[in-house]
Design a protein around this ligand. Structure first.
Ligand code: FAD
Length: 464
């Protein structure tokens, strides 16, 4: 028999977008039910995305830092990697976080229903799990996230991975091919390189991390070019699973015609999970890319149904999903909320990290915006010298006439933390003068952002 519950808000999907929306709605006094097919809340981000990748990247950074120690007279012997212990450590981190989210959910009396949900009416969701449950709702927030794109030429084989497979650390391949030089591909390259794999990266475009400026990515390229084989403007033409490995064919100037790999990670992008959940049956508009169309209140074409996170336009990032989730719940509770971020920061947690926010230089050029750029090599930073991070760069773009910050890109140690000064200045509409007049502590890497502003504002004339 199908059980039935009745709530103000049903949230479909328990990822960062979904659980944040559910918590906000509950805090605003609404009755809430969250439907998630996994055993745990946290979605891709906590279970198979942001958190496991950053945990493994931290482990990789220990290996990296140990290598640098020798330059300072502190040498360590080669790392002894226990992959089972590392896997357990990563699982423990995930468990801690998912337990925490479950407790926060319980404390707010959010009803949790485990199973796969789909809409069978404008106010009804059917959930199929161990038993069937029907959720009647006044409002729904859809937060079903995204999945890895599969390559049609990739064979079904345990040595052909998506990011979830790679994060499960099935084994350490001698030779690992990574198809896709975006953030996920490069982060996984960092992890497996530290674990001992020989890495080849294939990217169809002319640079890795194509979304960021080339000169901002340059220090990462320089740091990894001796360890990775980086094949840009290259395509994989075919792949076959053979006993000796995955045999891969390439098309590209510098690429070999064929090569054999012990494993292949396909990291060529993600697609929204918007089919098979009944949205089309209830009149919710979905565009050609499979994204749900929403207004700035996160409302779909059916006004009491909201959509957030990876299934709506914009970068597929956890921090975007959480902000959208809050907006959706606030609108439902009657508040006048909209999602209008001035900028959303992006970070590749590689070594060195690459981070950018607001306009990139190539975007400014494309949009015909007149700008002045301040670019600071970290060689000039006392802190970078002290911590052996001189390979970094900080770049900031300012409107030529008003001096208002348009965007910034940073590559170097802790770039992912440093970028938030630029994000805050962008949000407040600050100028080069404002940044230059902000007293920055010395010696810090953050000073490089102030130097970039001083170069543009005229209080510093040369860097090197
Ligand atoms: P998701 O987190 O995808 O959650 C959706 C949930 O909905 C899932 O748990 C799914 O099981 C559930 N679901 C789907 N359909 C149904 C259904 N019909 N019924 C019930 N449940 C359903 N972003 C960052 O900001 N920083 C990072 O460092 C970062 N690293 C990443 C690393 C990797 C390897 C990957 C893959 C992604 C990473 N991301 C990162 C992206 C980030 O994980 C996503 O942007 C974020 O998780 C999106 O949140 P969401 O709430 O939209 O959906």
């Amino acid at each position: 028999m199908t059980e039935s519950i009745n709530v103000d808000v049903v949230v479909l999907g328990g990822g960062p977008g979904g659980y944040t929306a559910a918590f906000r709605a509950a805090d605003l006094g609404l009755s809430v039910c969250i439907v998630e097919k996994r055993d745990t809340l946290g979605g891709v981000c906590v279970n198979v995305g942001c958190i496991p990748s950053k945990t493994l990247l931290h482990a990789a950074s220990l290996v990296e830092h140990a290598k640098h120690g020798a330059q300072m007279g502190i040498a360590f012997s080669a790392p002894n990697i226990d992959i089972d212990a590392l896997r357990s450590h990563k699982e423990e981190t995930i468990t801690e976080l998912t337990k925490g989210i479950a407790n926060l959910s319980k404390a707010r009396k959010v009803v949790r229903v485990q199973g796969e949900g789909h809409f069978i009416g404008e106010h009804t969701l059917l959930v199929k799990g161990d038993s069937e449950q029907q959720v009647e709702f006044k409002h729904a927030i859809v937060a079903t996230g995204s999945h890895s794109v599969k390559l049609p030429i990739a064979p079904e084989d345990s040595r052909v991975w998506d990011s979830t497979d790679a994060l499960s650390l099935p084994f350490i391949p001698g030779k690992l091919l990574i198809i896709g030089g975006g953030i996920i591909g490069l982060e996984m390259a960092q992890v497996y390189s530290a674990l001992g794999s020989e890495i080849t990266i294939v990217e169809a475009q002319d640079q890795i991390i194509p979304a960021a400026d080339k000169d901002v990515v340059q220090p990462l390229l320089k740091a990894t070019k001796k360890t990775y084989q980086m094949l840009t403007k290259t395509k994989v033409t075919d792949m076959t699973a053979q006993p000796e490995g995955i045999v891969v064919g390439f098309e590209g100037k510098k690429a070999p015609e064929r090569a054999v790999f012990d494993a292949v990670l396909v990291a060529v992008g993600r697609r929204p999970n918007t089919s098979g959940i009944g949205l089309e049956n209830i009149g919710v508009d979905i565009n050609e890319q499979g994204l749900v169309e929403v207004n700035d209140r996160m409302q779909t074409s059916v006004p009491h149904i909201f959509a957030i996170g990876d299934i709506v336009k914009g970068p597929m990032l956890a921090h975007k999903a959480t902000h959208e989730g809050k907006v959706a719940s606030e609108v439902i509770s009657g508040m006048d909320a909209t999602f209008h971020p001035v900028a959303i920061p992006s970070v590749a947690y590689t070594s060195p990290e690459v981070a950018w926010v607001g306009l990139t230089e190539k975007e400014a050029k494309l949009q015909g915006i007149e700008y002045t750029a301040g670019k600071v090599p970290w060689l000039v930073s006392g802190r970078a010298q002290s911590v052996g991070a001189t390979n970094g760069v900080t770049k900031a773009l300012f409107d030529k006439e008003s001096g208002t910050l348009l965007g910034a890109g940073i590559c170097g140690e802790n770039a992912g933390e440093l970028i938030h000064e630029a994000a805050a200045v962008l949000q407040f509409g600050g100028t080069a003068k404002d940044i230059a007049h902000t007293v920055h502590a010395h010696p810090t890497l953050a000073e490089t952002f102030a130097f970039a502003a001083e170069l543009v504002e005229g209080s510093m004339t040369d860097m090197l």
